[in-house]
Ligand binder design. Structure first.
Ligand code: ZN
Length: 418
């Protein structure tokens, strides 16, 4: 199947960060030419001079919780988790599937083409990915068996999930950890050994709140990163994506960097829960790869990566009283190249380059808030001005999975998902 995107202002996000005017040609899910004139395609989209850019990555969320949106607000993380665990007890697969489908539609309409999820029932969420055509990096969450609401042993469930979805496709299985507050040394190491044995990455909450850090220190004598390091969890045998990292010392950042751990920063979730200001500038200066996540719709209340980009940057600037920190180019890298790197897929995703998978979004040139638009300011327009409603088309794996104005519940008008 061929797809030709014509007349684009192409933000490639390649190694040289080239912005070029022209066409993008896609064949069988792969980008075959960038910038040159294309012709003779089954399907043509005219970008009309609008922005053509890599699809966005949301590297930390819980799509299965979307049906709890608006029901868990205005409370700190600890009572939030208590209430969430209680609600999780009675949830059905049907509810999780419906919540996930709604979340995915919201993400596709907002230009997100890949998301990293941390939850149980990831098999149900994997089905939702297949139905909608989004790319999912799905981590089955583990925690101590005696407190879980999951049926059976969470570590075995994670292992079974990785085995069942081992075939390459839209879904990449991963192994999750809820956090050090519900994972003993035995659980953490068992989960890591599953990830290592299956050749999969890991995803966990880490140092999200002051309470998490101080209570862990009171219980074990070590802060969470030092503790994970001391038990051998950070030996690099399974790549780790750590969500939040809002409460880290410089030494802990050095430890994370040495262990190859990347961080998904969730500014709006940290702000809404009153958790703290994530030290993104310090993490970047220590060489840690940072990407951005919305967290679930119960904490940041939408899954909008344009809002997340802008907020992440503004929060760092006001925190440092310095407008030069976390510039637009750095933010755009976080939701494209950095995110792909943190999930181990920079070789195939995260930029518009020949040979890469065609995960591409288009933004409307006619949007008043994107005026004026040219090569010299396009990155700033994306990060500081654009809104998710400016997205006109979302393409994953060469398939158009959303177009603005497409009928509700069937966003892939024009092309049938295969
Ligand atoms: Zn989370």
């Amino acid at each position: 199947m061929e797809l030709l995107i014509r007349h684009g202002l192409i933000v490639t996000q390649d190694a040289a960060r080239r912005v070029i005017e022209g066409d993008v040609m896609v064949e069988d899910g792969l980008i075959t030419s960038v910038g040159k004139g294309g012709s003779g395609s089954d399907h043509v989209i005219d970008a009309e001079g609008g922005i053509v850019m890599p699809g966005l990555f949301n590297t930390h969320t819980h799509v299965g919780m979307t049906d709890l949106r608006g029901l868990l607000d205005d409370m700190n993380l600890e009572p939030f988790l208590e209430k969430t665990f209680r609600l999780d007890n009675g949830r059905t697969s049907g509810e999780i599937q419906s919540a996930s489908i709604h979340a995915i539609h919201e993400m596709l309409a907002g230009g997100t083409t890949s998301f990293a999820d941390l939850y149980y029932s990831e098999d149900v969420i994997a089905e939702a990915c297949g139905q909608t055509g989004i790319r999912g990096f799905l981590a089955w969450v583990t925690l101590d068996r005696e407190i879980t609401t999951q049926k059976g042993d969470p570590v075995k469930n994670a292992d079974d999930f990785c085995k069942r979805f081992s075939k390459p496709g839209l879904v990449t299985p991963m192994v999750g950890l809820q956090g050090v507050y519900v994972c003993s040394e035995e659980t953490a190491m068992a989960a890591k050994s599953v990830a290592h044995r299956r050749g999969r990455g890991m995803h966990m909450h880490l140092c999200e709140t002051r309470h998490e850090v101080y209570s862990h220190e009171a219980r074990t004598g070590r802060r969470p990163v030092d503790w994970l390091s001391s038990i051998g969890f950070l030996d690099g045998s399974a790549p780790l994506l750590a969500a939040h990292g809002a409460w880290l010392t410089r030494n802990e950042m050095k430890t994370l960097h040495a262990a190859g751990v990347s961080v998904s920063s969730c500014a709006r979730s940290n702000m809404k829960l009153g958790s703290g200001i994530p030290p993104v500038e310090e993490l970047r200066s220590e060489g840690v790869t940072v990407s951005l996540g919305t967290d679930s719709a119960t904490t940041s209340n939408n899954l909008d990566m344009f809002e997340e980009m802008r907020t992440a940057s503004l929060l760092q600037k006001v925190n440092k009283w310095d407008a030069s920190v976390l510039p637009a180019s750095g933010v755009l890298d976080m939701v494209t190249r950095n995110a792909a790197g943190s999930l181990g897929v920079l070789g195939t995703l995260g930029s518009i380059e020949e040979g890469k998978k065609a995960d591409i979004i288009l933004l409307d040139r006619r949007s008043a808030r994107l005026f004026p638009l040219g090569k010299e300011n396009v990155i700033q327009q994306i990060v500081y001005s654009a809104q998710s409603s400016d997205v006109t088309h979302t393409i994953v794996d060469g398939r158009q999975v959303y177009s603005r104005g497409g009928s509700e519940g069937a966003p892939w008008n024009g092309m049938t998902p295969s």
